[in-house]
Every structure is written in C-alpha cells, then in structure tokens.
Design a protein around this ligand. Structure first.
Ligand code: ZN
Length: 309
C-alpha cells in the first residue's frame, strides 16, 4: 500500500466559535477551510492547517453546539501531536501558562520533549519539540514568531486494549514499520518517515474505554497520492476481509473508510485535488465552501449556521 503519512485528523467539538478562536489564535494554525458537515449541512466542518493546507497538517472538527463531552480511552485516537521546533519548548510552555490552558508537565519521549495540553472541549493535544528537520511552512501568526510556529502533525497515538491485530494491519497491510519502543508505547512510521508520519500504539491498561463525544477524535486519515494508489489500497483492504467503504468524493480529496481491529476509524484520503480547488491559497477559509450538490441551498445553509467571529 502506498501511504506517505497522515492526511488529516477529525475531532468532535462543541462550540464552533470557541474552536476557531483556540486553534487560530492560541495555536496559530491557519483556518484553511470553512465548510459544512456533508452528512449534516446545518453544522460546520472546520479545517485548520499550515499556510498551504498541506496534507499532514490538517486538523478538522465537527462542532455540534451543546454536544456532550466524550471520554478519551481505548479504541480511540487518544492524543494528537503537532511538531514544533526543538528550541521552542520554553516559548510554548510560557504561552500555555499565560493563556491558562489546561496542561500536564512536560515529558521526554524518544529523546524529545512533549508538552501536553487540552483544547476547550478537553481534546488531548501534544506539542513535540522534534530534533528532526521539518520544512513545512507554518501560517503567519500575529504573536507567534515563525521560528516557534507549529509545523503540522507529528503523529497520532492510538490507545488500544490489545495491539496485536492493529500492529499486524499497520505493518503487513498498510506499509508501516516499527521505529521505537518506550514502555507501553510502540512507534511506527511509513513512507519517508519524520514528522507527520508517526502512529504510536499505546497499550495502557489504566485507561478507560473511550466514549465518543466532544473532545475526542472521530477518525484518523492517512494520505495516498491519487485515485490510482487509493484504488490499490481499497483492493488490498478488501482482500484482508476488512469492511471498507466505497470511494467517497469529499471535494478536496477522495476517501475510503474502515475500522481497524482496535476500534479506531481509519480513512485513506488522496492528496489530490487539494484544498485550493475552490478558492485561492491566499484566501483559504474566508468564505463558506460548499460541495456542488449543496450549492443551490447556500442561502438557507448560511442563514442557519452560527457566526464564527
Ligand atoms: Zn476524514
């Protein structure tokens, strides 16, 4: 299978305005796409990323106002890690303290410092100060110097009750390889390796079973180049007897979905055509983007959505 890393990660939030504020102002990500949930067009689908909305930097949310909080645990993508430069630990530590963001003490993992913080819905985020080169271009942010800015994803940690079947899927079918073990955590990478490719499998018996809701991850999407490589991936997954969805056109990418044996929903999304298909890179995220089938209902949809600023 021809995967090159993470494509996007999608989470559930409650208040959309609070969500935009946290990810753009606090974390300095770029608001790269304002769209609607294609299965529920009365609610937003919000996308954040680097300047050019590069796959591997895209965190997306379904914000449902008033939705109950979930619980992070087994059977879920438990933590979402971003890559920050190696020398940026002090900057982000200060910023988290000054902004009163819920956080945990820094830990060392695989020789790198990891800062853990929580978004307004309690979603577990990590900032990994990586020694590896990360050349992704961050979005310019008012009060975050470029040398400290988030570059994109570092990786995703899946919490599992048992990791054997998931490990086998990752390595035998999806092309991942193990690159390190630390306690109850094993790290895997794919393709070129480096920030944006990592998947950690965490078997921590003290964690509860995960419950979906605000502040939890809905699914993790892996990237593949194009329609042809995706079709190959679809065949390989089907041959393994995994229930895999038909190919779904998501306008900015095409997607297939399947549930890995540990319970986490996986997606494989194409790099093409990308987020600049319906608006120029310079003005990404500024107007409401709708898939063609919803375009005739733009006025009604816009009227029903809450304001974001
Ligand atoms: Zn997705």
């Amino acid at each position: 299978m021809n995967l090159t890393g993470l494509h996007h990660i999608t989470a559930i939030a409650s208040d959309p305005k609070q969500n935009v504020d946290f990810y753009t102002r606090m974390l300095g990500l770029r608001f790269v796409k304002k769209s609607v949930n294609q299965d529920d067009p009365g609610t937003y689908h919000l996308y954040y990323g680097d300047y050019a909305a590069t796959p591997g930097t895209i965190l997306t949310f379904f914000p449902w106002p008033g939705t109950r909080r979930g619980r992070a645990g087994h059977g879920q993508a438990y933590a979402t890690a971003f890559s920050i430069p190696f020398g940026s630990v002090d900057f982000w530590t200060q910023r988290i303290i000054q902004s009163n963001i819920p956080s945990q003490p820094a830990v060392e993992r695989f020789g790198e410092t990891v800062l853990t913080l929580f978004d307004p819905d309690g979603l577990r985020l990590e900032l990994v100060a990586t020694k590896e080169a990360d050349l992704r271009e961050p979005a310019p942010a008012k009060d975050i110097p470029r040398e400290h800015a988030i570059r994109g994803f570092h990786g995703s940690t899946l919490a599992l009750r048992h990791d054997q079947a998931t490990r086998s899927l990752l390595t035998a079918t999806m092309g991942y390889r193990a690159v390190g073990r630390a306690g109850d955590r094993v790290r895997y990478t794919v393709g070129p390796g480096g920030p944006g490719t990592y998947v950690d499998l965490l078997v921590d018996p003290s964690l509860p079973a995960g419950l979906n809701g605000a502040g939890t991850i809905h699914h993790v999407a892996f990237r593949t180049a194009d329609d042809r490589t995706q079709l190959n991936a679809h065949s390989e997954l089907s041959e393994q007897g995994l229930g895999v969805s038909p190919i779904i056109d998501r306008a900015y990418f095409k997607s297939i979905y399947y549930r890995e044996p540990g319970g986490v929903l996986f997606e494989i999304a194409t790099d093409t055509p990308g987020f600049a298909i319906d608006e120029p890179v310079e003005s990404l995220g500024q107007s409401l983007s709708l898939p063609p089938r919803l375009e005739p209902f733009r006025r009604e949809i816009e009227a029903a959505l809450p304001a974001l600023v």
